[in-house]
Design a binder for this molecule. Structure first.
Ligand SMILES: [Zn+2]
Length: 142
């Protein structure tokens, strides 16, 4: 009962399809297995208009995991926040908030950096994904 309630509040863990995890590990050059992905997260949904939000070692999705991995740009963007920003200590809630107030959502440096990374990495990521060879996913990740 208690566990069920907790699940309702925090969402459900989503496990990346292996080809997606492999492609991400090649793009970032480090394991991604320690990063928790939560789908249908209440917390993420509370951030109006956002389909995903990040914390150290965690990605909270308002959408379901399938939808998430079918959007290559979004996947790279969120993993960039976790690995290269939270993971390096560059991003903190306080700093994010400061930049958000200073520059707004779209123009704040954390978002700009994540967007630029996704643009730069998406082709490589798709190629790795193809090489990892998921027959079922490939069609969705166009
Ligand atoms: Zn972002």
């Amino acid at each position: 009962m208690k566990r069920e309630l907790r699940r309702l509040l925090v969402g459900r863990r989503y496990v990346l399809p292996p080809p997606v995890a492999l492609a991400l590990e090649r793009v970032f050059g480090e394991p991604v297995g320690g990063i928790l992905v939560v789908e249908h997260s209440r917390y993420a949904r509370a951030h109006l208009g956002m389909c995903a939000t990040t914390r150290p070692n965690r990605i909270l999705l308002a959408i379901d995991g399938q939808q998430f991995v079918s959007n290559a740009d979004l996947v790279l963007h969120e993993y960039f926040h976790v690995i290269r920003q939270w993971g390096t200590g560059q991003l903190t809630r306080w700093r994010y908030l400061m930049e958000l107030m200073r520059c707004g959502y779209w123009d704040n440096p954390f978002e700009r950096e994540a967007r630029e990374f996704a643009v730069e990495a998406v082709e490589r990521y798709r190629r790795y994904l193809g090489e990892a060879g998921s027959e079922t996913r490939r069609g969705e990740l166009t």
